[in-house]
Design a protein around this ligand. Structure first.
Ligand code: ADP
Length: 164
């Protein structure tokens, strides 16, 4: 049985994150999505909100569960019995980051390997940080996030959900 750990800030979960989760859930026995408690970037949603938003968005995937975690990602992965860390790649920039991180992680925990999924073409330009800016300015982000996240974003910014 292979457990995969998919860590991230997920502030908030996007259709790109969901696509990676669904593809990982088809490949591995169990996928544990790890919402990182204290990323260095500034956050819009609390950790519990980020967990709840992700949980609701992936309810249709029976072998996926969402938890919050803190501390070293690779150590946490080993603690929960995950043999694989899953990440998504959109660009060369993502690749460079993961490449460097993978070497560090292998040094720390040689038994945990990394599997990267290439983003789907439709989600290549979907970025949580960018879409938060767009939502803040009243733009329509409904194609980039699950429905429950679109509602949470508009609730947060006090904007009405954009009428189609
Ligand atoms: P981080 O973990 O760096 O804080 P995120 O929470 O935004 O970043 O993303 C978690 C993981 O999902 C990362 O591996 C990131 O590259 C990947 N990811 C983010 N957006 C997409 C997307 N649109 N398509 C595929 N993968 C993505």
């Amino acid at each position: 049985m292979v457990v995969a750990f998919y860590p991230g800030s997920f502030d908030p979960v996007t259709v790109g994150h969901l696509d990676i989760t669904a593809r990982a859930s088809a490949l591995f026995d169990e996928v544990v999505v790890g919402v990182y408690d204290t990323p260095s970037k500034s956050l819009l949603f609390t950790t519990n909100e980020r967990v709840e938003l992700f949980e609701k968005a992936c309810r249709h995937l029976p072998n996926v569960r969402v938890i919050k975690y803190s501390g070293l990602t690779v150590r946490y992965a080993r603690e929960i019995g995950a043999g694989v860390i899953v990440r998504g790649l959109r660009s060369g920039f993502d690749f460079e980051y993961e490449f460097e991180m993978a070497f560090m992680n292998r040094k720390l925990e040689p038994d945990v390997d990394l599997v990267c999924f290439m983003t789907s073409q439709d989600y290549m330009f979907v970025s949580a940080s960018l879409l938060k800016e767009v939502a803040k300015l009243g733009g329509d982000i409904r194609e980039m996030v699950p429905t429950n996240v679109a509602e949470a974003l508009y609730a947060k910014f006090g904007n009405p959900v954009v009428e189609g």
